[in-house]
Design a protein around this ligand. Structure first.
Ligand code: SAM
Length: 195
């Protein structure tokens, strides 16, 4: 029976030109489109350029900054350098960042995103202007599932006209996809305007 009205996020991703990368062993003699090293460099360059770009996008949008996925603190450190004067709250299930870029206890929200985000407004006090979500892992399907779970929890704690940067595609009627600036290839990273 044809589905009416309801579209899966997988279908929406396909429409948006996004598809899961084929799994399985590499065929001999056919080099991958990008090496792991090239992909990592491309991702980090996208993070740097997008965070810098977002500084201008939210220049007149008040609110704190959210970092979902503190990890080693690389992107947190960059956010701190670019958003001086704004509060930055970092979320992660573990506190494992480099000691030079570690939020204080008031600005670190520990636990699974799916549990911490619904209660986060009590901690951050005002809705956020930017969320940078670096939440993916090597498991592509699990990363998409996590982004699907995070999007509806994140949007309510963002201001209208806020910006969401994410390493995974997010689907929400309240997130409008924005083109990536400069020469960044579509699909490496994702940028959305809230509202
Ligand atoms: C790719 S790393 C983040 C890297 C970091 N932005 C950096 O620049 O160093 C992803 C992080 O998300 C965290 N994470 C993944 N899934 C999570 C979840 N469901 N709840 C909370 N943290 C999660 C992991 O612990 C990991 O530290």
């Amino acid at each position: 029976m044809p589905k009416i009205g309801l579209r899966t996020t997988a279908e929406q991703r396909k429409d948006a030109g996004w598809s899961l990368r084929a799994k399985g062993p590499r065929r001999l003699g056919v080099p991958p489109a990008k090496t792991r090293l090239e992909s990592v460099i491309q991702r980090m360059r996208a993070q740097l350029l997008l965070i810098d770009h977002a500084v201008e996008l939210v220049a007149r949008v008040p609110g704190p900054i959210l970092e979902l996925g503190l990890g080693s603190g690389r992107t947190y450190d960059h956010l701190c350098s670019r958003f001086k004067g704004r509060e930055i709250f970092a979320f992660d299930r573990d506190l494992a960042s480099h000691p030079s870029c570690r939020p204080d206890a008031a600005h670190f929200i520990q636990g699974d995103f799916r549990e911490t985000l619904p209660k986060a407004l009590a901690r951050i006090a005002t809705k956020a202007a930017i969320a940078h979500c670096d939440i993916g892992s090597y498991d592509v399907e699990a990363s998409h599932a996590l982004a699907d779970a995070v999007a509806p929890l994140l949007v309510p704690i963002m201001v209208s006209w806020g910006i969401v940067l994410c390493d995974q595609p997010m689907v929400s009627p309240l997130l409008r996809a924005l083109p990536l600036p400069g020469d960044l290839e579509a699909g490496i990273y994702f940028m959305y305007r809230v509202g």
